[in-house]
Write a protein that binds this ligand. Structure first.
Ligand code: SF4
Length: 488
């Protein structure tokens, strides 16, 4: 039986998919890169942005009717909460529930979490197929239109995937005890990267989020925080370092909130074979002095700090429930600018940020304050998000989406104009410098890579280089968001 995974989303989805792949491979399924060859197609989706949901519904149309489809990850729980069916199910006790799609009308059986374990000992299950906390109108609608959709489930239940498949009457065997703890599944080396090369490995260090920013679906979609133990993460890093990886990227929605984050960074930095250590996404208030000091001292901890500030207006930040003020945000930035890396001058750490434009009731004055903050931050990159309501969030409940589409797009354009100037100015200062670049894309015409500050470089080279190679590049030309250079 062959399977293929379609991934929609960020590095976290790639890391999730690597775990699904590991679990299925253990049950004697084989992975195929060619979707047409696949008996089973798994969609690994994100629901943070509406775009991801639109993409998946579009892509489903291209799957042939004899291929089975599985959908996994946060879209599922999210749509449950925004469901018309919510009224019908809210009288049921809180817990997980399961649905059968064998009958015309999905049958809902509401189960508490520990009852799921009973499935392990149950030999026959005639009607129930395992859909843990995943029944929702989207699933229902999709199954009405597309009879080959078999299963929708939470990514947290990846460990139970063999059990679920068995319930779907697949003849499969697995010889390990099933442990439904996502963080204990170790993916195969070389499967966790968004790139085709195996030099970079993405490693989730925890799951969930307790922050509940007003606009964000993640705490509902992914649940509350669960931290992986340091030893287990370090063991996983060791596996990847033994198998080609040289750049390790630690992942989590609030990665620097892990209670042992500093210990973890220090332990990983002790490992042989590591060339670069990065982490994403952090939260501004969890940047401790100790973490900044490590960025100053440790050459292999990349000199790039992402500081997702979202807005430069105190009023908007308060309504977003971000938990810091603009004055504090400026202090965070100043602290980073004061760091001095070994052998270099002050200000050698690149800072990037995320900004949301058009949050409900954001005034022109609020927006002007955001522009001021972006100028103050001198950011190398701003990932600009246009606000859109995500059903189920606090913002969707409490703040009508008052800003017109035209105003949102105009603000994005103006912010981008400011950013282009900053990026060009900062990139010009790189000309003449020699940088270590990780090659991540190679075609007939171009070679591309990125520096340890995450700046993209187009490389000219007569030498033979491969994706995944580290090369020394002299910067020859600078544009906004892009550098050009020659291999030394
Ligand atoms: S920290 Fe805020 S924005 Fe980030 S995942 Fe958690 S709730 Fe969402």
């Amino acid at each position: 039986m062959k399977f293929h995974i379609l991934i929609f989303g960020c590095q976290m989805n790639y890391a999730d998919s690597a775990r699904i792949r590991a679990v299925l491979t253990n049950c004697w399924f084989s992975y195929t890169e060619n979707i047409k060859e696949a008996d089973i197609v798994i969609f690994d989706t994100c629901s943070v942005k509406q775009k991801s949901e639109d993409k998946i519904t579009g892509k489903l149309k291209t799957i042939t009717s004899d291929q089975k489809v599985r959908i996994t990850w946060c879209m599922i729980q999210h749509t449950l909460r925004s469901s018309k069916l919510q009224g019908k199910t809210s009288t049921l006790p809180v817990g997980n529930f399961m649905g059968s799609i064998k009958t015309k009308e999905p049958k809902i059986l509401w189960l508490h979490a520990d009852e799921i374990n009973k499935l392990k000992s149950s030999e026959k299950s005639t009607e129930i197929i395992a859909v843990n906390n995943a029944f929702n109108p989207l699933f229902y609608n999709l199954t009405q239109k597309r009879k080959n959709i078999e299963l929708m489930r939470r990514i947290d239940d990846t460990g139970f995937l063999p059990l679920m498949l068995k319930k779907l009457w697949y003849k499969i065997s697995y010889d390990q005890e099933l442990i439904n703890e996502y963080e204990k599944i170790i993916p195969a080396a070389g499967t966790t990267s968004m790139s085709t090369h195996k030099t970079t490995a993405y490693i989730p260090i925890s799951t969930g989020c307790n922050q509940f920013c007003a606009y964000c679906i993640v705490p509902y979609a992914r649940g509350l925080e669960k931290y992986s133990p340091v030893k287990q993460i370090v063991d996983e890093v060791k596996v990847h370092l033994k198998n080609w990886a040289q750049e390790i990227v630690l992942l989590w929605q609030i990665v620097n909130k892990h209670p042992k984050f500093i210990t973890l960074i220090k332990e990983i930095l002790k490992l042989k074979g590591l060339k670069r250590l990065r982490y994403t996404s952090p939260y501004p208030t969890f940047y401790t002095k100790e973490l900044l000091a490590l960025h100053q001292k440790e050459e292999r901890l990349c000199p790039h700090i992402h500081m997702p500030l979202q807005s430069g207006s105190d009023i908007v930040l308060k309504r977003m429930f971000r938990g810091y003020t603009v004055t504090q945000a400026k202090e965070f930035i100043a602290n980073i600018r004061n760091l001095k890396r070994p052998g270099s001058s002050k200000g050698d750490i690149s800072i990037t940020t995320d900004i949301i434009v058009g949050f409900p009731d954001e005034t022109e004055e609020d927006f002007q304050q955001t522009l001021d903050l972006v100028r103050y931050g001198d950011f190398d990159m701003v990932y600009i998000g246009i606000y859109s309501t995500r059903p189920g969030t606090l913002a969707a409940k409490n703040y009508p989406d008052t800003i017109s589409r035209a105003v949102k797009h105009d603000r994005r354009k103006r912010l981008n104009t400011v950013l282009i100037d900053i990026s060009h100015k900062n990139n010009i200062q790189e000309i003449g410098k020699i940088k270590t670049v990780l090659v991540n894309k190679k075609s007939k015409w171009t070679i591309e890579g990125y520096t340890d500050t995450m700046k993209q470089i187009i490389i000219e080279s007569k030498k033979s280089v491969q994706e995944g190679d580290f090369v020394q590049v002299k910067i020859t030309k600078a544009l906004p968001f892009k550098l050009y250079g020659e291999i030394m």
